[in-house]
Design a protein around this ligand. Sequence first.
Ligand code: IPD
Ligand code: CA
Ligand code: CA
Length: 276
Amino acid sequence: MKQHSPQQLQIFLDIATEAAMAAGVILQTYWGKLEEIEEKGRPGDLVTAADKEAEAAILKVLERHVPDHGILAEESGEQGNKQSEYLWAIDPLDGTTNYAHQYPIAAVSIGLLIDGIPQVGAVYNPFRDELFRAARGLGATCNRRPIHVSSTSELGKSLLVTGFAYDRRETSDNNYAEFCYLTHLTQGVRRAGAAALDLCDVACGRLDGYWERGLSPWDITAGVLLVEEAGGKVTGYDQSPLIIGSGRLLATNGRIHNSLSKELLQVPPLSTWVSK
Ligand code: IPD
Ligand code: CA
Ligand code: CA
């Protein structure tokens, strides 16, 4: 793998930031003014003009700066140079369901994978005007200030977050049992509705841990790097090295990683957890 200097990563981070801010303007413009909300396929999997226009704005910025890179964008798919070691994973609007209901937890997420490893990430929530950024080896920031994961070390004192994929009605591997069981064992489990922001909230210490299945590379590439650069840990549920394409991850402050992993691997069926 080619080594990238901090200066080179910083240039890519600035490109990601420019693209995220451009998309943020579009999300604000359409806020509360959507004329049509379509379903993409599965019930509840929505797409709006804001998703599409925000993505077009991001692609325009990337085309100007890095026309020879590869791109994986949620709404328009794989494009650009498919041979490139660089792959930009783009979610123009993470939290579309929230956005469509005017529930202001939504963000633009732009991550850069180099040879399959997250190296740069920018996540922008225009409704809180919060810009989370990270580049490998250069740390993580929120609005340009360094951020760190929390110091909570007991699962019983932790506040967690998770989510439910759009295939939840079609599979019994739908995270419902995990949600109930961990709610029982911790101070709470939130379901905020934007995976990229869930990861940012772990990175900045508002939340102690996050797990979810059914995720796509555009949901998590930037956020995974934010958690790692903020001092946290991201793996599979069983603590195996993270495979971005597996769609399943466990991200924590590091201190509760073992205990949360252990519990996720032994979740009792929904009918039994109450009496534990
Ligand atoms: C969704 C959100 C949600 C998560 C889903 C994602 P979208 O992304 O991140 O929190 O639970 O699995 O697909 O559709 O709003 O971009
Ligand atoms: Ca998403
Ligand atoms: Ca999206």
